[in-house]
Design a protein around this ligand. Structure first.
Ligand code: ADP
Length: 492
């Protein structure tokens, strides 16, 4: 519930709750007093003025025209009884002497000094906590005696002390209702705000682990949800920057290690030459070859590092073109076939006349990806015995909005526990860092960067009958015309 609705509701409740409680209370009082039917009571109340008018009219007539009736015991009892039913009564005197006191009034206040009330009737008098109005009427008896009647009529329907009591009760009820409502409404607003405040203080102190749960709906619930989102993002970005920091440290230590190893070797071989350990031409030649190989390794590492850091910093510009990946692979693999043959690796790329698959790609970067993957295949198949069957199978197919290129080898495959990490920078499955097989550990990290730069995904899996499979998923181009079609068009 929104705060506005809550406030509106509480204002309405402040008005209606005391009224309802009052009503319930009044009904309760009526039942407690034995009024079976409240409606009947109010009906009676409504009819009372008419009945009063009839009785008072009759009384006025009797006083004026038939005062002798007031000495008739039977009539007196009757009219006093009828007045009693209307919460009224008469005090009648003859020549200053009281001749009748309304039994109803006498019962209410048996100790009353009626003579005093007759002599000096006040405007209003209280009998048994009820206020009565007085009316004094003078008349003459048939025998000429002076008559005086004091009519007492009930003023309020409730006892006199009820009025202040009910005022106090009403005020207390309104006060209590507004107090309770204010408490509950403010609690429902303040509590979640307090929670948010606590969470904000925790975040200020750097503790982002506590989840903020939205317990209410409305504005504060939405605020809690937004707050929680902010916390999650903040946590994520802090974790990310910590991860980056960790990566940077790792990168530095790996680079130092990978540069230090060949440099130490080069230094050793140069010292060997300088100290005359390489004392034959053949030895010197071997030393020089090793130095050259180590320097070439370093050169390649620095090249890869340079490319990787550019990719990582996203400072590499992609020159996207719409290409048919089938034809592109055909050309690329044809160029590689010679080198692969030389390494004793059979290349399989089934030619088919299936439709072209158009993708938007940077051909140079894509060739870098394929070279890295193929080099790895050759490198890791090279670890196997000479007789082992060395084959690389390349295939491409459409998969929804993507083109899926699969490169499969018959090498040793990848350990299951290494699979999730081989695309991480500097990750090498064999920790020995043997320079024969272990390269820079950047080859697949570069592959991942470039494929992701194309909006694609890359993953590796093991082939059932041995070997590794690299899957490159690249989004298909939405532009229908190929560059070739365009060229053909312009040639015409
Ligand atoms: P490296 O320079 O060590 O080859 P890469 O990033 O190219 O680094 O590869 C990461 C790791 O993935 C390698 O160390 C290797 O363990 C594993 N790997 C890559 N290609 C293959 C493959 N074709 N067969 C088996 N393992 C491979």
């Amino acid at each position: 519930m929104s705060i506005r609705v809550k406030l509106y509701m509480s204002y309405l409740a402040m008005v209606f709750v005391p009224l309802i409680i009052m009503f319930v209370f009044v009904v309760f009082v009526f039942y407690a007093r034995g009024e079976e039917d409240v409606r009947q009571y109010f009906e009676q109340e409504r009819r009372e003025p008419y009945q009063q008018a009839i009785v008072y009219g009759e009384l006025s007539y009797v006083l004026k025209n038939d005062a002798g009736q007031l000495e008739n015991e039977k009539y007196l009892l009757d009219i006093q009884k009828r007045l009693g039913e209307l919460w009224a009564g008469l005090l009648i005197s003859k020549n200053g002497q009281i001749i009748s006191i309304a039994p109803f009034l006498d019962q209410l206040e048996p100790t009353e000094n009626w003579q005093k009330l007759l002599d000096l009737p006040p405007e209003s008098v209280t009998f048994h906590s009820f206020r009565f109005e007085t009316n004094v009427l003078h008349f003459v008896y048939p025998d000429g005696s002076e008559g005086k009647v004091v009519l007492f009529r009930r003023k309020d329907i409730v006892p006199i002390h009820w009025r202040p009591a009910s005022n106090v009760f009403t005020l207390a009820l309104i006060g209590l209702t507004s107090l309770l409502l204010t408490y509950f409404v403010s609690r429902s607003i303040i509590r979640p705000i307090k929670k948010l405040e606590a969470a904000a203080l925790q975040i200020k102190d750097g503790d982002l682990s506590h989840k903020v749960v939205a317990t209410t709906k409305g504005e504060i619930g939405q605020l809690s949800i937004a707050f929680e989102e902010m916390r999650v993002r903040l946590q994520h970005s802090i974790e990310q920057s910590l991860q980056y920091e960790e990566n940077r440290k790792m990168l530095l230590s790996h680079i130092s290690h990978d540069l230090k190893t060949p440099i130490s070797a080069i230094k050793g071989y140069v010292e060997g030459i300088m100290d005359g350990i390489a004392n034959t031409d053949e030895k010197r030649k071997r030393y020089m070859e090793t130095i050259y190989r180590k320097a070439a390794d370093m050169d390649q590492l620095i090249d890869e590092l340079f490319l990787f850091s550019k990719l990582d910093l996203q400072t590499v510009a992609y020159d996207f073109k719409v290409i048919d990946i089938r034809r592109y692979l055909e050309h690329f693999l044809e160029e590689q076939r010679f080198d692969l043959d030389k390494s004793g690796v059979k290349l399989l790329y089934p030619k088919d006349d299936a439709n072209s698959i158009l993708i938007a790609a940077d051909p140079d970067k894509l060739s870098r990806v394929l070279t890295n993957v193929l080099n790895n295949c050759v490198k890791y198949m090279g670890q196997q015995s000479e007789q082992a069957n060395k084959e690389i199978k390349v295939s491409v197919k459409e998969q929804g909005q993507y083109a899926l290129v699969e490169i499969e080898d018959t090498g040793p495959g990848i350990e299951e526990e290494d699979l999730p990490y081989i695309f991480d920078r500097f990750y090498r499955a064999e920790q020995s860092r043997n320079s024969e097989t272990g390269g820079s550990g950047l080859g697949l990290a570069i592959v991942k960067q470039i494929i992701e730069g194309h909006g694609g995904v890359v993953w590796a899996e093991n082939v059932k009958h041995g070997g590794a499979r690299f899957c490159l998923k690249l989004p298909k181009s939405t532009i229908v015309k190929t560059v070739e079609e365009h060229e053909e068009h312009t040639n015409h």
